[in-house]
Design a protein around this ligand. Structure first.
Ligand SMILES: *[C@@H]1O[C@H](CO)[C@@H](O)[C@H](O)[C@H]1NC(C)=O
Ligand SMILES: *[C@@H]1O[C@H](CO)[C@@H](O)[C@H](O)[C@H]1NC(C)=O
Ligand SMILES: *[C@@H]1O[C@H](CO)[C@@H](O)[C@H](O)[C@H]1NC(C)=O
Ligand SMILES: *[C@@H]1O[C@H](CO)[C@@H](O)[C@H](O)[C@H]1NC(C)=O
Ligand SMILES: *[C@@H]1O[C@H](CO)[C@@H](O)[C@H](O)[C@H]1NC(C)=O
Ligand SMILES: *[C@@H]1O[C@H](CO)[C@@H](O)[C@H](O)[C@H]1NC(C)=O
Ligand SMILES: *[C@@H]1O[C@H](CO)[C@@H](O)[C@H](O)[C@H]1NC(C)=O
Ligand SMILES: *[C@@H]1O[C@H](CO)[C@@H](O)[C@H](O)[C@H]1NC(C)=O
Length: 795
């Protein structure tokens, strides 16, 4: 290669030795450079007739392809290329030397070259009128032909022989090697799906019935693409053209397209300046006739990507679709397949997830070979139930008493009008549960008034005071607190030895607080960039719950949000279960809010938003949904910059598995717990929304929900007072000692309305945290909240 340029001048003279052939010879030393096909004469070499050209084609913004194309038609139609897998950039060039043709990129690196013929020197190159680029020697014997190294296209007069291969491109406009190839093997011509991205043919989806060990494929002047024996006998016509007009009237090509189908296209020759013409499929069948049905893989996704299905459209063209509840992983590259748009069913034995799923019939579709269980004879109803109750089952296929359970990733998906069976895909039921917008009920009815009267009475308050704020009630409803989890051993948590924590806390000396789950101590551990830590000693953990403990800790450890207290590590030694958190220097929101120094309205708004964002993250954004179950100002801590951080999340599930006490109790704190805890109702993220609503009111008003020492009895229960103020249009009363808030009444009212929505008795009326965040931010309008009436059903 290095010596090649030295010879260039020597051979320039050959340019002049014109022979009487109908060829436009390209002399040695003719460089083509990769620049935009504009006012340069050197970016392409044309064939004599001008029908074809060889040179650089720009492929979108990605680079340049050294290619041969139909040169006269307006559409760029590339029929051969050298560097589909390796586009080059501006400044690259092609050099023709005695050793062959070389593609050199802008850095001088050789990207591609013609295969070298030993002992002969190239004399010239020519692009023939058939579209064949040849390198010839002095005697005009061809040393190299592009027709012998086809890419994905065959042109008229071209012959494919044993050992040759056509490789489909990746997509319509991406010329790199795709997922299909046509192999002229000694067993006959076959179409293969490749084990992409390797080049190995995996599954043959078409082969010729005519078998001959010596054969070739020809594409003749009248548009017949034939399999013929070596002696010239036509064995079978693979693709034919029935256009009756003379062969001279059309350009033709046979191409293995990116969708795996071999097709013949024709393009009328004519004056393209006056008539709009296009490539159309020669009216004959394509190969294979129905790739959706003909390509079934034992391993691999089939003709479309995993979880999608293939359907033939116009001209038998396959397209890929996602079933209900699924979306394309990459809408710009559908071949990558589909993914469920919902959270998978939990396989946790305690999970009540099953009720949350449904089977949707995908008419006339099937995903052959994706099954893992098969039952006969059963009814369709049996099949449905079997799939719904099986967390592994993602799809049930029922046909004439046969029931197949299938699981992800679903393979070989296809849809055709006559499959007959019934595919039922499992998807999570409607997951939008917040429907705020009910009518505002003005007057309270009689029973409500009576109850409120009772609740406000001193008897009730005494009970409340007695019971205190940290008591847990026993109730019969078993709560599902944390949804599916996968154990991730690589979680970023450190394990601590008990002795290590004992030392760090100086023998559990300085107590920071006591909560429902245990006691928290201050400690010092140099770890990363934190050194002060809060060590939470969990009470009475049973050994049996080991697995659950690890699971929950790992779920907590996987969370990462600026409004959550970060878990640093844990200790799990026999009876000792401890969690190590980063230390929050400014204490709890309770101390701040109800303490002597009332935080400013501006700061309180920030805190309200930060808590809402933290909860939204726990509910919807982290990998394992976490319901906090005990949102209250004592569990909201403040970091160095007084930003709110939620603590104690994820612990409710650990308590749930604690067999020694409150096995099935109310998780949460009196005054903040949602009414559904007291009823036989499922516990959802909406319990946190409720508690958040109470906390929000407390933040707005800087007082506790229950306050016995108030001048006016109607103000004892903050939620009731707030609603009364709202209903009578006197919201300012709630913040009347707060000048800053008084000047921002519009926002105060907005916050109060959000809080009233959050504390609706009916969980479905409460907005999801995502909506709460948006309402607080003012990005969505808050409608009039109805009377929360939350305490009627309590008693
Ligand atoms: C085109 O190629 C000729 C030699 O074949 C060279 O002299 C000329 O400079 C080239 N023109 C451009 C624009 O590259
Ligand atoms: C390109 O070639 C044509 C004739 O073939 C000539 O008229 C024109 O000047 C050339 N342009 C450049 C940029 O060399
Ligand atoms: C073409 O597709 C291949 C395979 O997916 C990808 O690696 C490559 O980046 C794509 N090329 C372009 C230019 O988009
Ligand atoms: C083509 O098929 C032959 C015979 O089955 C095989 O040996 C060869 O590796 C295949 N070529 C490619 C590129 O897969
Ligand atoms: C092309 O092949 C078909 C089918 O074998 C044949 O009928 C036709 O005459 C051939 N045309 C030419 C120009 O060879
Ligand atoms: C050509 O070869 C095929 C089998 O390869 C054979 O059946 C046929 O008779 C041969 N025809 C001639 C004319 O030899
Ligand atoms: C391809 O599928 C069609 C439709 O199901 C069928 O009629 C045809 O026989 C199949 N072809 C092959 C080669 O399997
Ligand atoms: C469920 O939620 C996901 C993600 O928010 C959404 O894409 C999907 O459409 C929802 N499904 C239903 C049935 O509402």
């Amino acid at each position: 290669m290095a010596s090649a340029p030295a010879f260039l001048l020597l051979f320039i003279m050959l340019l002049c030795s014109a022979t009487v052939q109908a060829q436009r010879k390209i002399p040695l030393g003719s460089p083509l450079t990769a620049i935009l096909i504009k006012n340069s004469n050197n970016t392409s070499w044309e064939s004599e007739s001008g029908d074809f050209a060889f040179g650089f084609q720009q492929i979108e913004k990605d680079g340049f392809l050294l290619a041969i194309w139909f040169n006269k038609i307006p559409e760029r139609t590339i029929v051969w290329s050298a560097n589909g897998n390796n586009l080059v950039q501006e400044g690259s060039k092609v050099e023709l030397t005695i050793s062959g043709l070389f593609l050199i990129d802008q850095t001088g690196k050789q990207i591609w070259s013609t295969t070298k013929t030993p002992n002969t020197e190239v004399s010239y190159a020519a692009l023939l009128d058939e579209g064949n680029l040849v390198l010839a020697n002095q005697d005009s014997a061809n040393l190299w032909e592009s027709f012998n190294e086809p890419t994905d296209t065959i042109l008229q007069t071209q012959t494919l022989t044993l050992g040759m291969i056509l490789v489909a491109r990746y997509s319509e406009s991406n010329y790199s090697s795709g997922r299909f190839h046509f192999n002229l093997s000694d067993k006959g011509p076959r179409l293969y799906k490749r084990a992409f991205p390797t080049e190995v043919g995996n599954t043959a989806y078409w082969q010729s019935n005519e078998v001959s060990s010596e054969y070739q494929l020809t594409f003749n002047q009248s548009g017949f693409f034939c399999l013929e024996a070596k002696n010239g006998t036509i064995l079978t016509v693979l693709l034919s053209s029935t256009t009756s007009s003379s062969e001279r009237d059309f350009y033709r090509r046979v191409i293995l397209e990116y969708d795996g189908v071999l097709r013949q296209y024709v393009y009328p020759k004519g004056d393209y300046s006056i008539s709009r013409l296009k490539w159309s499929m020669a009216p004959s069948t394509s190969i294979p006739s129905d790739i959706c049905s003909n390509l079934t893989e034992n391993t691999g996704s089939g003709s479309c990507g995993f979880n999608s299905y293939c359907k033939l459209g116009d001209e038998q063209r396959p397209s890929c679709f996602c079933p209900d509840g699924y979306v394309f992983i990459d809408p710009d590259d559908k071949i990558k397949g589909c993914r469920p748009a919902f959270e998978a069913q939990s396989c946790d034995k305690d999970s009540l997830d099953g009720d949350l799923f449904d089977l949707h019939t995908v008419e006339n579709a099937d995903w052959p070979e994706s099954h893992y269980e098969h039952f006969i004879p059963v009814t369709e109803e049996w099949c449905r139930k079997a799939c719904l109750s099986d967390c592994f089952c993602d799809l049930a296929y029922f046909k004439n008493g046969d029931c197949w359970k299938k699981q992800l990733p679903l393979r070989n998906g296809r849809m055709r009008s006559n499959y007959g069976g019934k595919a039922m895909i499992k998807i999570r039921k409607d997951n939008s549960t917040s429907k705020p917008g009910g009518t505002k009920s003005k007057g309270q009815d009689q029973p409500t008034m009576l109850l409120i009267g009772f609740l406000s009475s001193s008897v009730f308050l005494n009970i409340v005071t007695l019971v205190g704020s940290l008591v847990l009630f026993r109730f019969s409803k078993k709560a599902k607190v944390i949804q599916p989890y996968e154990f991730m051993p690589d979680m970023n948590l450190r394990t601590f030895a008990y002795a290590e924590l004992e030392k760090a806390t100086n023998g559990f000396e300085e107590q920071l607080g006591r909560g429902a789950f245990g006691t928290v101590f201050k400690g010092v551990i140099p770890f990363g960039n934190v050194s002060l830590v809060a060590v939470k000693k969990l009470d009475n953990m049973m050994k049996e719950s080991e697995r659950e403990f690890k699971a929950e800790v790992s779920a907590i450890g996987r969370t990462n949000h600026k409004n959550l207290v970060q878990l640093i590590g844990f200790c799990n030694e026999g009876q000792h279960r401890l969690l190590v958190y980063e230390f929050m220097s400014k204490g709890s929101l309770a101390g701040f809010l109800f303490g002597p120094l009332r935080p400013t309205w501006h700061h309180r708004m920030q805190i309200a938003l930060e808590i809402a964002r933290g909860l939204f993250y726990l509910h919807e954004e982290c990998s394992t949904q976490i319901i906090h179950c005990d949102v209250k100002p004592q569990n909201i801590l403040l970091d160095d910059s007084y930003a709110a951080r939620i603590s104690d999340f994820g612990l409710a599930k650990i308590l749930n598995t604690d067999q020694t006490r409150t096995t099935t109790g109310i998780r949460g704190t009196k005054g903040y717990v949602a009414p559904e805890w007291f009823k036989n109702m499922p516990v959802t993220v909406k319990v946190d929304v409720y508690s958040y609503g109470i906390v929000l009111l407390e933040i707005i008003c800087c007082r506790k929900n229950f306050e016995a020492e108030v001048d006016d009895d109607t103000q004892t229960i903050l939620t009731d007072w707030a609603y009364d103020c709202y209903a009578s249009g006197k919201i300012e009363v709630l913040v009347n000692k707060d000048d800053e808030a008084m000047e921002d009444m519009k926002r105060v009212e907005n916050y109060v309305m959000v809080a009233l929505w959050c504390i609706q008795e009916d969980p479905s009326l409460r907005p999801a945290m995502k909506k709460v965040v948006r309402m607080l931010e003012g990005t969505i309008e808050v409608s009039d909240p109805p009377d929360p009436s939350s305490f009627i059903s309590f008693l």
